[in-house]
Design a protein around this ligand. Structure first.
Ligand SMILES: [Mn+2]
Length: 319
């Protein structure tokens, strides 16, 4: 197993710690939430005091599956009252902004599957070959012989399903399928999770997708399929930024395209670009994202630029 040395150190740190702070990323997705909750209930089972820190509250779209959990805003956290701090998933988004408040004598553990993390922990468990932070936590629990009950299995499987697009993205390795099988054997249910979390049927989402698909264009030269979503689209459809997330993945399913790009207007004159491709298409979208100062995985990347989307009679432009 990868990370045996780090897992052994983590196990020792947990054994020696009474108070543990976990940290989820800003705008927490199902992976960050699932990984942190699985770790929380593992630690509670070991008799530890555990809190979860996050710049945002517990995500409401998970409330159909789990009862809401308290996420503490960093303003309300005394970081130095904990023995160890463990940040899981996209540690660049949120945890990077608070780590300077933590004194030297505290132990920091980083668990992530994103490349380009710009800092290290006392224990750094980062590998982009993992599908999700939840898969890393699964490996840790297997390594440390931690009890995986139905609740913990459901947290972990929710994270894995979220980051693999319900086991459909190219990061769905045989190892992911084996972990999934184990979690199902522990009582987690794929259909229950998919139906309550990932089957999105809000009318606002569908209206926004309709607009985005209507505006999509394929560039005949590089086979890029691209579309734009303006703040006006969001307002008119009563949609939120969360409703944008899947548009790039769906556009990427159009035959004969090499990758997809969704440009969406955000606050303060920022345009966010989301890029998706598939292994068989042979395009590394993180290279495109890097060109615009962004980053991410080979098949799923993003960037932010300053600008405004201007809609024309026949198409759109970035100004
Ligand atoms: Mn993740």
């Amino acid at each position: 197993m990868r990370f045996e040395k780090e897992f052994n150190t983590l196990k020792y740190i947990i054994k020696k710690s009474n108070r543990v702070l976990l940290f989820a990323h800003t705008r927490p997705d199902s992976d960050s939430t699932g990984a942190n909750l699985a770790l929380k209930y593992h630690l509670l089972g070991l008799g530890k005091h555990v809190d979860i820190g996050c710049f945002d509250p517990f995500p409401s779209y998970l409330e159909g599956l789990f009862k809401s959990e308290q996420f503490l805003h960093p303003d309300k956290i005394d970081f130095n009252s904990y023995d160890a701090i463990i940040a899981s998933d996209s540690v660049e988004r949120g945890f990077a902004d608070v780590k300077n408040q933590i004194s030297e004598d505290k132990v920091i553990v980083l668990i992530d599957h994103h490349p380009d993390i710009s800092f290290e922990g006392d224990v750094t468990i980062i590998d982009e070959n993992y599908s999700s932070a939840s898969e890393i936590i699964f490996d840790y629990l297997e390594f440390s012989k931690g009890n995986i009950d139905t609740k913990i299995a459901t947290f972990l499987l929710t994270g894995i399903l979220g980051d693999t697009g319900n086991l459909q993205h190219s990061n769905t390795t045989s190892k992911v399928m084996q972990a999934t099988a184990t979690l199902i054997n522990k009582g987690a249910s794929v259909s229950k999770i998919v139906n309550s979390v990932f089957t999105n049927s809000k009318i606002s989402t569908l209206k926004l997708w309709g607009r985005a698909f209507d505006k999509a264009k394929i560039n005949p030269k590089n086979k890029m399929i691209a579309t734009v979503i303006t703040q006006k689209d969001l307002d008119d459809c009563d949609a939120t930024y969360d409703d944008i997330a899947e548009v790039a993945s769906i556009l990427n399913t159009v035959p004969e395209t090499s990758f997809s790009l969704v440009l969406s207007e955000r606050k303060d004159g920022i345009i966010k670009g989301s890029l998706r491709s598939e292994e068989y298409k042979g395009v590394n979208v993180s290279e495109i994202a890097h060109t615009f100062g962004g980053g991410g995985h080979r098949l799923s990347s993003g960037f932010e630029i300053k600008g405004k989307i201007v809609e024309k009679k026949f198409g759109w432009e970035i100004m």
